[in-house]
Unconditional design. Sequence first.
Length: 517
Amino acid sequence: MAAAPASAQRARITPYIDASQVVAADLNGGDVLTYSTIGAGIDASVQSRRVEVQVSYRYEHRFDYQNKLNNDHTHSGLATVKAKVAPGFSIEAGGIATRTRSDIRGDVQTSNVGNFSNSAQVFSGYIGPNVATHLGPMFVNGAYRFGYTKVEAPGQTGVAPGQPRLDNYDDSKVHVATASVGVKSGTVLPVGITASGSYTREDAGQLDQRFEGKYGRGDVVLPVAQGLAVAGGVGYEQIKITQRDPLRDTAGNPVVDGAGRFKTDPNSPRRIAYDLDGVFWDAGVIWRPSRRTFLEARVGRRYGSMSYTGSLSYQASPGSGIQIGVYDTVQTFGQQLNGQLATLPTALASTTDPFGNQFSGCVYGTTGAAAGGCMNGVFASAATSAYRARGVTAVAVAGRGGTRFGIGGGWARRDFIAPAGGTAFTTNGTSDTSIYAQLFASTDVGPNGALQGSILGSYYNSDIPGNDGIYGWGANTAYTHRFGRLGATLSAGVFGFEREGQSSASAQALLGLRYGF
């Protein structure tokens, strides 16, 4: 019998069903909640020369004996796909299903066990082609991406009564097209030259919001030493963000629908939230001393003030590496979520987190060349207003044999952009800040066991009225033992949040069985 090709041997597809019993005890003297769950999902991985796929998805339904659950089902999953259709032509796609905070001022839910407030189910996905080819000495690149994001109604948020009401995110469709052409240094000229451009159009369901942005820029790279170059660029950019007013009652309050979202006033003119038209520039250094190390740092002026961007990647070994990114851009919740999804690696570390945190924070890669990324800054809240997003994210992974470690963290700031004027509250000119850190570790225990644990912490603050700043924290551990196709998991954790005048802590335990087909 002929051996199967290597590409076929690297495919793993495992659908499964599971059931569990959950206990959540309020450590502040509240109730003890018990319920059962049944779930179904799939874990799939395909790695070949032409196709890279990783999918992890699970649907869970909850059965409550005491009628105290405020949510009886949840979706969680992450998918990344890259297919090389022809030389220089590929198609990429990805998607995520998880939960996001709804109001930056509200509660912090660090676990999806039991009753959670200020938490909404979110779905997001993208798909698009990429082209990379050469015309003589010139390289030519192009890409298009269509993305869609949907957020369900959050229910209670934990914001104190009497505070200004913020709108709830609904959905958005975004189109992004990019192109670049140029020559590398030393091919035609001593310097490398690149001309590039981009067009973005997003239409959001809430208040008929529309985002349209486009830019063109030129860049020059001048090598000054082995592995070191200076770079600079200048461009012209236009961004326009508009929306309509919410419908108001006789008291001047926004009229909301059954999901708590503002209704759009059909007679409202389209109001301008942001209108940028001007030149931007940046300059910096590029350092690449080896194939395993890359650093780029730039400083410039954009969006009317100084701007700082950069990235660092270092591959210490095949299974260990570091990635750091510094960003500054004007965008929306849907754009930022889609954009971060598109940067995640196609080989991700699988985690057994029955408390449902694996896709709402830092996601770790399995190779040092692609360490992963953190989604915490995006999921600080599903903001309906556009914003200028600035921040730093860092992820490091290390693996040897059956043991893996991952650590991630960052800082994020959003300066909100909305139409000014009028008598009602607006987020225009307000901002929020997020600080987060996360640690993950797993190891094999014998031939059929696995032990893993995680620790996480976060802090959210905003100058929107009704905010006091809030800390979120949690830790959990899980042991899984496999009996052939059947696996048993025992997990325990402690989660909570704290702010001025209020604290919450919960101890949680889960015993579950999973059968893989």
